[in-house]
Write a protein that binds this ligand. Sequence first.
Ligand SMILES: *[C@@H]1O[C@H](CO)[C@@H](O)[C@H](O)[C@H]1NC(C)=O
Ligand SMILES: *[C@@H]1O[C@H](CO)[C@@H](O)[C@H](O)[C@H]1NC(C)=O
Ligand SMILES: *[C@@H]1O[C@H](CO)[C@@H](O)[C@H](O)[C@H]1NC(C)=O
Ligand SMILES: *[C@@H]1O[C@H](CO)[C@@H](O)[C@H](O)[C@H]1NC(C)=O
Ligand SMILES: *[C@@H]1O[C@H](CO)[C@@H](O)[C@H](O)[C@H]1NC(C)=O
Ligand SMILES: *[C@@H]1O[C@H](CO)[C@@H](O)[C@H](O)[C@H]1NC(C)=O
Length: 681
Amino acid sequence: MVRLQSLKVLTLVSLGIWGPLPGKIANLSSLEIVNMSSNFIHGSIPYEISTLSNLQTLILDNNMFSGQLPNWFGLIPALNVLSFKNNLFNGSLPNSVGRLVNLRILSLSHNQFNGTVPDLSSLKNLQVLELDDNAFGPQFPGLGNKLVALVLRNNRFRSSIPAEASSYDMLQKLDISSNTFVGPFPPALLSLPSITYLNISGNKLTGLLFENLSCNSELDVVDLSSNLLTGSLPRCLVSNPGTVLYARNCLEKPNQDQQPQPFCHTEAVAVGILPDRKNHTQVSNVFLSIGIIGGTIGGVALFLLIFFLIRRGNAKSKIKNPQTRLISENAASGYTSKLLSDARYISQTKKFGAVGLPTYRSFSLEEIDAATNNFDNSSFIGEDSYGQMYRGQLKNGLLVAIRCVEMKKSYSTQNYMHHIELISKLRHHHLVSALGHCFECSLDDSSVRRIFLVFEYIPNGTLKSWISGGDARKSLSWTQRIGAAIGVAKGIQFLHTGIVPGVYSINLKIEDVVLDQNLVAKIGSYNLPLLSNMGKVRNGSSSSGFKNSSINKSVKHEDKSDIHDFGVMLQELILGKTIKSRKDVDAFKDLLQASIAADDEARRSIVDQAIRKACLDQSLKTMMEICVRCLVKEPADRPSIEDVLWNLLFAAQVQDAWRGDSQSSDGSPGSPLQPPTLTFD
Ligand SMILES: *[C@@H]1O[C@H](CO)[C@@H](O)[C@H](O)[C@H]1NC(C)=O
Ligand SMILES: *[C@@H]1O[C@H](CO)[C@@H](O)[C@H](O)[C@H]1NC(C)=O
Ligand SMILES: *[C@@H]1O[C@H](CO)[C@@H](O)[C@H](O)[C@H]1NC(C)=O
Ligand SMILES: *[C@@H]1O[C@H](CO)[C@@H](O)[C@H](O)[C@H]1NC(C)=O
Ligand SMILES: *[C@@H]1O[C@H](CO)[C@@H](O)[C@H](O)[C@H]1NC(C)=O
Ligand SMILES: *[C@@H]1O[C@H](CO)[C@@H](O)[C@H](O)[C@H]1NC(C)=O
């Protein structure tokens, strides 16, 4: 296996693999995702893993790994998912974990870790922290405020809940049950903008509750039981249709079993409160398991032998060996597994779609400010009905386009997560791909004021600027025009079928298609209609240019309005004219229709001067035919995007074959056209 130098994803799950993890796994130097859950792997994690500089995801759940987590984990900067649930790790967590700035998910549930959790407040991307069933404590960990799920259940925490907890705007799940948290319960936790699950049961939290406290209406589970709370249960909890538990406190007018008030007061005094130390030092040892490295050779042999044995008898052993089945995935909350699969999804689209782009992530306001030089005038690109656009440069040098979307209503970040999820999928070779987002929240009520959407910046101008005369730029050749059309069609195909839910009615305009330095066409996704659902549209009309009055709004043919708009773009590519009105579209359609039936000479006479000589008649005719079919009045009669793509590829193929035979070049060496094979990627 060590010869698989370009292997990126290694999944060896539930195979009954036994023995230590050999250090030679690091010879697979391209590894990005490793999932070895549910085996019998024991010993420590080999030091060699630290040399896997592309490793993003390491999942070793449900094994028998033991010993301390080594300090060198901080050396793998790309890590964004670490999941070691259900193992036998012990000792304290190394401080270097606090330097894994890309970390999004850290799951260490059900091990034997102890000691203080290192300061994680610089992990700005951390969304999921699961430390349940360990012996961590006593201080509440320092955390960033991007958290979505925080699970500290069943540890040895014995501090108060810090004030920052009330600023976890994205937090959906908070479980700090079964610890010894003391001090006042912050009622603000009930009204965090995104919270749906809150479990503080089994602590020694004190405080007076009022009937008039407010809660998030999305709260689904609230468990306050077994604390030292007094006062009355908030009305919003009484009327909450979800699960609300509060037994074994000292609340008034209880429906659930309560203690007498003095009990809570005496207990509260008895527990005392630890001072909240912020900066704690901690000794962490680097354990290199020399024994394991020494035994690597034998280990590899054993590992491979077992691997192949198991694989050969896999089907049989799965049924025969009940042990393997018993340790099936210890499925965490649906939420986390969604994030995990999300992580996987993103890394897959990165491979198959938008090659070479950084992972989609959330940006901080500081980063956006820095990238645009505090929204300096020189960064301003333009403004349209959705808001302003800025050009910027990230710290790593990458050029980006940043769209500011102002919110129409004051909603919490939670309300926009659905949109953000859609936008994060807009990554494809023929789309201006999304790189990330940033929420700007109001200080008063932490509702979202603006969302900044960060896209790649495509420097080479719009497709329009490459076809119509009068512009300084060189005009595209015929082959390059077909290539651009194929690119746009592939982009549309991706939007329709490559993501779920599909994006339709994108209001395609030639001005919104841009070319990169290799003249690869990309649809500018920052104008997609899904943005208009979340932002406020400023001047009533969501689109500039002319309206396509015949768009049939019925869901049945929602893909066909894009086909129509694509047809208009083809007209512009063929004729080299800007088409401004519905009347133009019809007039030019009739012209094209007539010239298809005419002779070669007449046909050629209407096309853009710049390409007139170089286009082969068969290729031109094919393009005109598909263009006319795209513009048919009745949406149902327009061709499918696959049909369009097939015809474009055909037109490219005949043109290419002709150019090859006759040696007659149209002056476009290095055209962006890929070999015309039928690949619908
Ligand atoms: C694995 O990597 C080590 C260190 O880079 C190297 O010495 C060894 O030859 C490699 N093994 C194989 C089989 O490629
Ligand atoms: C951690 O576990 C290892 C092996 O299981 C043991 O030798 C070691 O003493 C333990 N360390 C601590 C700090 O408990
Ligand atoms: C962690 O547990 C080990 C063994 O049980 C113990 O020696 C060590 O002092 C503990 N560390 C902390 C910080 O509690
Ligand atoms: C809250 O946590 C406790 C202890 O971890 C658990 O027993 C209880 O079922 C949880 N409550 C809810 C409603 O899930
Ligand atoms: C809630 O009620 C308490 C006492 O009943 C009162 O002191 C407090 O001002 C009220 N708060 C609000 C926001 O009405
Ligand atoms: C790891 O593998 C298990 C079993 O196939 C799977 O359920 C889990 O989703 C995988 N984790 C990731 C992040 O892909």
